[in-house]
Write a protein that binds this ligand. Structure first.
Ligand code: FSO
Ligand code: SF4
Length: 542
C-alpha cells in the first residue's frame, strides 16, 4: 500500500505497511481500485459532454467521500461501491458507443472490470503509478480536493441542494488527472480551479444548512451530562441529527453531539429540541476513552472513525451512516424518503446507563457570517479604536500529534487584543480555555464545522468592503490553519482561490506536496509552515 493523504502519514512521507489511522493494506488497495473506477467513470462522463445522471453523480460523490481518512474501513462496503461504479461505467461505455464518441485510451476507461482482476488492478492503480513526483503531487492535490468537495456536496444533497456545475467540474478534473500525458501547467490549473468549486460547494452547503435549520446564532452549549441515557452523534450531517432528534422526542433519551456535530446546537431549528442537551467530549481522536465513558449508543454520520481497541466496551454500540463504515458495526441506510430509521439505536439507548460526566461547564459558539455581521458595528468600532489589534483564523483540524500543542500554546500566548476566528475540530484545542472577550466580543469566535470556514471568507470580504481596503490581504487577519484530512485540503484550495495569501499550515506540511509544487505555492501564494509559538507571534501578530 501507499497512502500519504493525511497529516499523520507515517514518517511524514507515506503509510506503506498499515495506516497510522488503522487502515489495513487490503482496504487501501480496494480504495485505490475504487478511485480508479471513479477516474474511469468521471473521464467517460466528461468526454460524453453531457450532464451526469443522478446515479453517476451519487456514485462519484459517495465513492470519493468514502475514501477520506477515517471514513470507511469496511472492505465489503468499498467493494460494493466498486461494483456499482463498474456497472455505471459499462452503461456509459455503451452510450459512447451508440453515439459514436471516441473515448480516450486510458487504462481506467478501458479496463473491463472483471472481479478476478480487482486485486491486480487495485495494486496497479495506487498513488505511485505516477512516477514524476511533481505531476503525482498535482494529481493527488486535485483528487484530495475533490474528496473534500464530495463530502460537502453529500451533506448539501441530503438537504435537497444539488449543483450540476460542481458535478461537471468533478468529471472534468477527473478526466484531466487521468490523462497520462497531462503537463504541469494543465494540472496546476486544475488544482486551482478545484479551489473555485471548493468555494461553490461550501456556499451550497451553507445555503442548505441555513435554509433548513435557520441562521446559526450565539449559543452556549453544555459540556456536562444529564441523568437520562443518551445517544451520541458525531460527524457533519445535520439531516441525520434532525432525524434522530425527531425520533427521540418524548422517548426519555437525551441526544449529545460529538466532535464536528457540536455546531448543530447553533441552528435554531435544531436547538429547539429540549432533549439536545449538550456536547460530549472533544475532537475525533479522543474517542476511544470518551466513547467508553459515554455508556450509550454512538452514531457516526461522517469520517472521523478511530478503530476501537480489541477489548473496547463500546464496539457493540456504534452505528455508521452515509459513506462511512467499519467492519462489524451496524450501518443505517437512508430510506427512500431520504430519512433514516434510528429505532434500533433508540431501543439500545433505553437499555444503557446515562453518560459518565467527564467535564462540566459550557462553550460558546454560533458565529457564522450572519451572526458576525450582526456584531459588525461593534467589531468595526473595536478595530478602529484599536481594542482589536488583529484576527487570527485558526480553522481546521485537530489530531493526535504532540506537535499540535502548538495551537493551544499559540492561543494562550496571543495578546489579549487578538480575536481567534475558528471552525472545524481544531477549536477543541482552545475553546475551553476561557480566553475572555473584548468589549463583549468573545476572543474565540466559532463559526461551526470545517465547511463553515466559508464564513471567514465571507467575513473577510465584508471587512474589506467596510474598511475600503484594496486587497483582502491588507486586512489585519492572519491565517494559521491546522490540517489533518482532505476536507482541510479543499478549504485551503478555496482560500487560495479567493486570493488569500501567506496562509500558514501545520503542524507539518503535506507529504503529497512535492518540493517542486511547494515552491510554486510559496512563490505565488506565500504558503508557509509554522515555526515556534514565540517566533510566529513575534513575526505575524506583534
Ligand atoms: Fe475533518 Fe478537519 Fe470537519 Fe475535523 S477537516 S478533521 S473532525 O476538522 O472536521 O472533517
Ligand atoms: Fe496513512 Fe493517513 Fe493514509 Fe491513513 S489516511 S493510511 S494515516 S496517510
Amino acid at each position: 500500500m501507499f497512502c500519504f493523504q493525511c497529516q499523520e502519514t507515517a514518517k511524514g512521507t507515506g503509510c506503506t505497511i498499515k495506516g497510522v489511522c488503522g487502515k489495513e493494506a487490503e482496504t487501501s488497495k480496494w480504495q485505490d481500485l475504487l478511485l480508479s473506477v471513479v477516474r474511469g467513470v468521471g473521464t467517460i462522463q466528461h468526454t460524453l459532454g453531457e450532464n451526469a445522471s443522478k446515479e453517476v453523480a451519487d456514485f462519484l460523490v459517495d465513492a470519493l467521500f468514502s475514501t477520506i481518512t477515517n471514513a470507511n474501513f469496511d472492505d465489503q462496503s468499498i467493494l460494493n461501491k466498486v461494483d456499482t461504479g463498474i456497472a455505471l461505467k459499462k452503461q456509459l461505455l455503451e452510450t459512447a458507443l451508440s453515439k459514436n464518441i471516441t473515448l480516450p485510451n486510458y487504462q481506467e476507461v478501458h479496463w473491463g472490470g472483471e472481479k478476478s482482476d480487482y486485486s491486480e488492478e487495485g495494486e496497479r492503480e495506487g498513488v505511485l503509478r505516477n512516477e514524476n513526483a511533481d505531476l503525482r503531487s498535482l494529481k493527488e492535490l486535485t483528487v484530495l480536493g475533490l474528496k473534500g468537495i464530495a463530502a460537502y456536496y453529500d451533506h448539501a444533497t441530503r438537504l435537497g441542494e444539488t449543483n450540476e456545475e460542481i458535478i461537471a467540474f468533478m468529471c472534468k478534473a477527473l478526466a484531466t488527472i487521468t490523462a497520462p500525458d497531462a503537463d504541469k501547467e494543465t494540472l496546476l490549473g486544475i488544482v486551482l480551479e478545484t479551489g473555485k468549486y471548493g468555494v461553490d460547494v461550501m456556499a451550497l452547503l451553507d445555503k442548505a444548512n441555513t435554509e433548513a435549520y435557520g441562521t446559526p446564532e450565539l449559543t452556549k452549549v453544555n459540556i456536562g451530562v444529564g441523568k437520562k441515557p443518551g445517544i451520541l452523534i458525531s460527524g457533519h450531517d445535520l439531516k441525520d441529527i434532525e432525524d434522530l432528534l425527531i425520533q427521540t422526542e418524548g422517548t426519555g433519551i437525551d441526544v449529545y453531539t460529538h466532535g464536528e456535530m457540536l455546531p448543530a446546537h447553533y441552528y435554531p431549528q435544531l436547538k429547539k429540541y429540549k432533549h439536545l442537551v449538550g456536547n460530549y467530549g472533544n475532537a475525533w481522536w479522543k474517542q476511544k476513552e470518551e466513547f467508553a465513558s459515554f455508556n450509550g449508543p454512538i452514531v457516526f454520520t461522517t469520517n472521523c472513525i478511530v478503530p476501537p481497541a480489541k477489548n473496547a466496551n463500546y464496539a457493540e454500540r456504534v452505528f455508521t451512516t452515509n459513506s462511512t463504515g467499519f467492519p462489524g458495526w451496524k450501518h443505517i441506510a437512508t430510506g427512500e424518503d431520504g430519512k433514516k430509521d434510528f429505532s434500533e439505536v433508540i431501543a439500545l439507548a433505553k437499555t444503557c446507563k446515562a453518560p459518565q460526566e467527564i467535564e462540566t461547564g459550557e462553550i460558546v459558539g454560533g458565529f457564522a457570517h450572519a451572526q458576525v455581521f450582526a456584531l459588525a458595528d461593534q467589531v468595526v468600532e473595536a478595530v478602529k479604536s484599536g481594542a482589536i489589534r488583529k484576527f487570527v483564523v485558526m480553522s481546521g483540524c485537530d489530531g493526535r500529534m504532540k506537535s499540535r500543542n502548538y495551537y493551544e500554546e499559540f492561543a494562550k500566548a496571543l495578546p489579549k487584543d487578538v480575536v481567534i476566528l475558528t471552525s472545524g475540530c481544531a477549536k477543541y484545542r482552545y475553546n475551553k480555555l476561557n480566553l475572555g472577550d473584548i468589549n463583549g466580543i468573545p476572543r474565540v469566535l466559532d463559526a461551526g464545522q470545517c465547511n463553515d470556514s466559508y464564513s471567514w471568507a465571507v467575513v473577510a470580504f465584508k471587512l474589506k468592503e467596510i474598511f475600503g481596503a484594496n486587497d483582502i490581504n491588507d486586512l489585519p487577519i492572519f491565517f494559521n490553519i491546522a490540517w489533518y484530512e482532505q476536507k482541510a485540503v479543499i478549504v485551503l484550495l478555496a482560500l487560495l482561490h479567493l486570493g488569500v495569501k501567506n496562509i500558514h499550515i501545520g503542524p507539518t506540511l503535506p507529504a503529497f506536496v512535492s518540493e517542486g509544487v511547494l515552491q510554486v505555492l510559496v512563490d505565488n501564494f506565500g504558503l508557509a509552515g509554522n515555526s515556534t509559538v514565540e517566533e510566529d507571534i513575534q513575526k505575524y501578530i506583534l
